[in-house]
Design a binder for this molecule. Structure first.
Ligand code: SF4
Length: 76
């Protein structure tokens, strides 16, 4: 249970939205530095964050390991 965040696609408004709507408190957003961080260990893959953000900004996957691999590819 985890998410992958496409940093090239996600918008500032998306970041504050996901930080407020995630039921598990996965995201932390610092508006001053526009920095979003997330803890995949808390994610239950409910999909709420992906459904309210810019298409392609967040992908829900089903293991932390898969998320780490996908995130590394995206961050290249
Ligand atoms: S899928 Fe659900 S639990 Fe996981 S980060 Fe998104 S809103 Fe939070």
């Amino acid at each position: 249970m985890a998410v992958v965040v496409n940093k090239k696609v996600i918008k500032k408004a998306d970041k504050s939205t996901v930080a407020s709507i995630c039921p598990m408190g996965v995201y932390t957003y610092d508006p001053k530095s526009d920095t979003l961080s997330w803890d995949n260990e808390k994610c239950i893959s409910c999909g709420a964050c992906a459904s309210v953000t810019t298409p392609g900004a967040i992908e829900v996957v089903y293991s932390v390991e898969e998320a780490e691999e996908r995130q590394q590819d995206l961050d290249k």
